[in-house]
Design a protein around this ligand. Structure first.
Ligand code: UDP
Ligand code: MG
Length: 165
């Protein structure tokens, strides 16, 4: 079944010049890239992205990590699309904790745990279809994505554009 999934190459991945390595690993999936951009992450965007973890003791550190306060203030956001996309991508990413992740996975190969206890694990990937929808709509506008995935509507200000319905 075709699915879409949000990928973020987090600031540690960009700082460590791992963009090419990560994209090469992801290309093993044979999925299609249907959207991509470089983003300077605001606190609001980071909070919304990780809203499910807001009660965790590491939440504030996690926000700083995603905003790039420890590396570079940028994230590469992508949408991958294709058969069983969510599972295929999560498999190549590996477990959340880089010490427990398969050493040949992206997180196992390149991740680390900071002295403050945050898992700097290079990459984010949506965990299920509901999460993918919420996250893609948060990071991208309908016109940024080259396929139609979710309902959208046209609004007209200076020129016509689409917003999520
Ligand atoms: N995280 C952390 N410590 C934890 C759990 C999570 O630092 O004990 C960070 C880590 O960067 C992770 C992110 O919070 O990727 C989101 O956590 P989640 O449980 O959603 O894991 P993921 O879906 O990224 O594997
Ligand atoms: Mg998650």
């Amino acid at each position: 079944m075709n699915q879409q999934t949000l990928i973020l190459i987090k600031p540690d991945g960009l700082k460590k010049s791992l963009t090419g390595n990560v994209l090469t690993r992801l290309s093993e999936t044979k999925l299609d890239i249907v959207a991509s951009k470089i983003v300077k992450v605001s606190r609001e965007l980071a909070e919304q992205h990780y809203i499910m973890l807001k009660d965790k003791p590491f939440f504030d550190e996690l926000l700083k990590y995603l905003m790039g306060e420890y590396h570079k203030k940028k994230v590469m956001a992508l949408v991958y699309w294709g058969d069983d996309a969510i599972k295929k991508v999560r498999q190549i990413c590996g477990s959340t904790n880089p010490e427990e992740a398969d050493p040949v996975s992206i997180r196992g190969a390149y991740g680390r745990i900071t002295t403050k206890g945050v898992y700097e694990n290079i990459i984010h990937a949506s965990a299920n279809e509901a999460e993918a929808e919420r996250e893609i709509k948060l990071w991208f506008q309908p016109d940024d994505v080259i396929i139609d995935m979710y309902p959208s509507k046209i609004v007209k200000d200076k020129c016509e554009r689409r917003i999520w319905a």
